[in-house]
Design a protein around this ligand. Structure first.
Ligand SMILES: NC(=O)c1ccc[n+]([C@@H]2O[C@H](COP(=O)([O-])OP(=O)(O)OC[C@H]3O[C@@H](n4cnc5c(N)ncnc54)[C@H](OP(=O)(O)O)[C@@H]3O)[C@@H](O)[C@H]2O)c1
Length: 363
């Protein structure tokens, strides 16, 4: 997995997340879990406060933690005793099995899986977008789908300033979006190609190398939407509290290792100039405009990998509107890239934890 870059250490505060004395990362050997450990280590959370847990397959092993390593335990009720914060980085079935027991013991749970995202009693949160949903200090918080987090992070400043009527988005999603198996499959196919051999698909329904294909989640026979597209629609409406929001996604996998890309067309409620749109995006913490037309430098998955910002570029009025120059316009296009393992998963969970910690009097 050395091909996957991780973010650089930032020094961090002396004691991070002080109101959560003991923190468990469940799924600590997976791609999101490893990133969660990296982020905790970057914030100088002492290794003694962190329990790295996974399935029986990994129990007894070690997980990297900063420059050192910590033991990996099996995610049993017993191993989770005494924990104050559980970052769930495993699949939905694991989240459903562990969450009731954790909540009964008063443990704060932040779940990266889809298990609780559409439960109206569970806040679905991107802190920079709807962080106020955490004000009641809920014990259980759902992390949205990675594509939803990236899309709404990029568009939220435009929603706040001009209102958003409709969003068309085509995603180009990295193999790591399917977890460690997805990355292994792409690398296996690359090695086989270099050796002049073939490697049949296992994690994906189609060859990943040199290919682009419909996201592997099931396509609904009635709507024609794949699961990822349905999630983006439902979650965007839920987070923006706008049931009428028109969202038209197409989600595909690409043979990239890490970071998702999105070609976005947004239709605003009130017209804006291109300069205003750029300014709103540029002034928003967590967004970085990468849009050098002269040098042809725009967002790419490689440029976004290991970073905490959502990169936004190719910002332009939709030519179909006929808007010219800096005329006010209702529809804009842009190209967005972000590291879905950090921004779209582990970092969003950590930001939720940090906000909850501050509300608990820790920050
Ligand atoms: N990958 C992404 O881009 C992304 C983005 C947003 C959200 N998510 C969500 O985040 C979650 C993790 O995704 P991932 O990509 O990190 O998957 P992954 O690489 O396949 O890792 C899965 C993790 O779950 C652990 N696990 C499996 N069965 C378990 C059990 N019974 N008890 C405890 N742990 C168990 C695995 O442990 P072993 O190593 O022991 O098997 C591994 O640590 C999923 O719900 C996914 O939908 C992923």
């Amino acid at each position: 997995m050395r091909e996957l870059r991780t973010g650089a250490a930032d020094g961090g505060a002396a004691r991070a997340l002080p109101s959560f004395e003991r923190i468990a990362v469940v799924g600590a050997t997976g791609l999101v879990g490893r990133e969660a450990l990296t982020l905790l280590a970057e914030r100088s959370v002492e290794p003694e406060r962190v329990s790295a847990l996974a399935s029986e397959r990994s129990g007894g092993g070690k997980a990297a933690y900063g420059g050192a390593s910590i033991p990996v335990g099996v995610a049993t009720e017993r191993a989770l005793r005494g924990v104050d914060l559980a970052l769930l980085c495993a699949d939905s079935s694991v989240a459903r099995a562990l969450t009731p027991g954790l909540l009964a013991r008063g443990v704060t749970v932040i779940d990266n899986s889809a298990a609780h995202r559409m439960d109206p009693s569970v806040p679905l949160v991107v802190p920079s977008v709807n962080g106020e949903a955490l004000d009641g200090r809920p014990l259980l918080v759902a992390n949205p789908n990675c594509s939803t987090i990236i899309l709404l992070s990029a568009l939220d400043p435009l929603r706040r300033a001009f209102g958003v009527e409709a969003v068309d988005v085509a995603t180009y999603q990295a193999a790591s979006g399917a977890g460690a198996r997805g990355v292994e499959e792409l690398l296996r196919q690359a090695r086989a190609f270099a050796a002049g051999a073939d490697a049949a698909p296992e994690a994906f329904p189609e060859p990943c190398l040199f290919n682009v294909f419909c996201h592997e989640s099931a396509v609904d026979p009635d709507t024609g939407l794949n699961g990822e597209e349905a999630k983006i629609i439902a979650e965007s409406r839920r987070i923006w509290l706008d049931r009428a929001l028109a969202v038209s996604p197409t989600c595909v996998r690409t043979p990239t290792l890490r970071a998702h890309a999105q070609a976005v067309r947004v239709r605003l409620m009130r017209p804006a100039t291109e300069r205003e749109v750029r300014e709103r995006i540029a002034l928003t913490p967590g967004l970085l405009v990468v849009d050098d037309r002269g040098r042809g430098r725009f967002p790419t998955p490689l440029r976004a990998s290991g970073r905490d910002e959502v990169l936004v570029g190719r910002i332009r009025p939709d030519p179909a509107t006929g808007c010219a120059g800096d005329e006010r316009c209702k529809a804009f296009q842009m190209f967005v890239c972000a590291d879905q393992l950090r921004v779209g998963a582990a970092l969003n969970a950590l930001r939720i934890a940090e906000r909850l910690d501050a509300l608990r009097g820790g920050g």
